[in-house]
Design a protein around this ligand. Structure first.
Ligand code: PLP
Length: 360
């Protein structure tokens, strides 16, 4: 059986280092906002080429706290791709803002810059771009529109650690980059964790204050804050794994290039473009008989996933919040299939999956 993902196998190469790191934290006796978090923040900012990084409790918190840094009013509108993971949309709703969905480009699965302007109203305040599956959005036209209409840009980088557009890494294009280190992400912890990147000293300071009860100085509260701190134990693990992130990404890119070369024309494959350095958090194909294809692969010992089976506008929780039809999004959700592409998979696995697919 070829698993879609296996977190034990994925982390096995780091077990000894993790044990040592855990022991050091345990013995150190400092468990919240200590040296591990400070060190990881420096290292991750350096990795992303941003001036600042602030460690947080999760990717959702990163998105949500980002929106709190601007004085948006209730019912102000935030543009967001219609095919994103639900967390992006939840962060908007949690801030009493209105998510306005923009359809993706069916070729890249990322927000279609050509469809943005028609959704902008006098209440539009921000664009939340999502670098889905590990491909950065087409940022030049998006930045142009944001400047023209004075919109903030928040990047959802949860699937794009190390991904690049025109030589620049995710997390550098907007006011904020929001990262998740959920265990399955390209840079994954052993529990929940997240971070924000920014090149703005003031915004970095605001996030740092918000994550810790709105307090810069102990027991002095300047802002209505939250508890969203990156955990010391997780930060220790993340520092270790960050050293291998480029290796993890290049491994995934190697497996992806095999799929791209060898898969037959029956399958709609991810788009490749020299301006984009994709890190394939997810390698998705599309097929009209997706469900049969998935069953066939499973019967032949290959597990796959669907990212995602239900579009946000069709979710029960979004009734009364999201209105309208999103046919491109619906088409993607009906036909997309995610193939095995983890750090622990080897080329033999991919050869096997590819052969099966081509025989379908
Ligand atoms: C994983 C993910 C999130 C949420 O991250 P958590 O750390 O689970 O809160 C947000 N957006 C996208 C696109 C994701 O893939």
């Amino acid at each position: 059986m070829i698993d879609y993902e296996n977190l034990k196998k994925l982390n096995q190469p780091f077990f000894d280092a993790f044990r040592e790191s855990f022991n050091n934290t345990l013995e150190g006796g400092w468990y919240i906002l200590g040296n591990n978090v400070a060190v990881f923040e420096k290292e991750f900012a350096a990795y992303c080429n941003t001036s600042y990084c602030v460690g947080l409790a999760s990717g959702l918190d990163a998105l949500s706290l980002a929106l709190k840094c601007f004085d948006f009013k209730p019912e102000d509108e935030v543009l967001v791709p219609s095919n994103t993971y639900i967390a992006t949309i939840l962060s908007i709703i949690q801030n009493d803002l209105k998510p306005v969905l923009v359809e993706p480009d069916i070729a890249t699965y990322n927000i279609d810059p050509k469809l943005i302007e028609e959704k902008i109203t006098s209440r539009t305040k921000a664009i939340m771009v999502v670098h889905l599956y590990g491909k950065v959005c087409d940022m030049d036209p998006i930045i142009h529109l944001a400047n023209k209409h004075q919109l903030k840009i928040i990047e959802d980088c949860a699937q794009a650690h190390g991904a690049q557009y025109k030589g620049k890494k995710a997390g550098n294009f907007g006011d904020f980059g929001a990262f998740s280190f959920y265990p399955t992400k390209n840079l994954g912890a052993l529990g929940d964790a997240g971070a924000i990147t920014t090149n703005d000293a003031g915004l970095s300071d605001q996030i740092r204050t918000l994550r810790n009860y709105g307090s810069r100085i102990k027991y002095v509260n300047e802002l209505v804050g939250y508890n969203s701190r990156l955990d010391e134990v997780q930060a220790g693990f993340l520092s270790l794994k960050l050293k291998h992130l480029d290796d993890i990404n290049s491994h995934k890119r190697k497996l992806a290039s095999y799929y791209l070369q060898e898969l037959g024309s029956d399958f709609v494959l991810p788009k490749v473009d020299p301006d984009f350095f994709d890190v394939y958090h997810i390698f998705n194909i599309r097929h009209q008989r997706r469900d049969q294809l998935r069953d066939y692969l499973l019967q032949n010992g290959v597990k796959t996933e669907i990212h995602y089976p239900v579009a946000p506008h069709n979710q029960e929780a979004m009734k009364g919040i999201i209105e309208g039809e999103y046919p491109i999004s619906t088409e993607i959700h009906n036909t997309t299939l995610s193939l095995p592409i983890s750090y622990f998979h080897n080329e033999e696995d991919i050869v096997k999956v590819t052969k099966l697919l081509n025989n379908f």
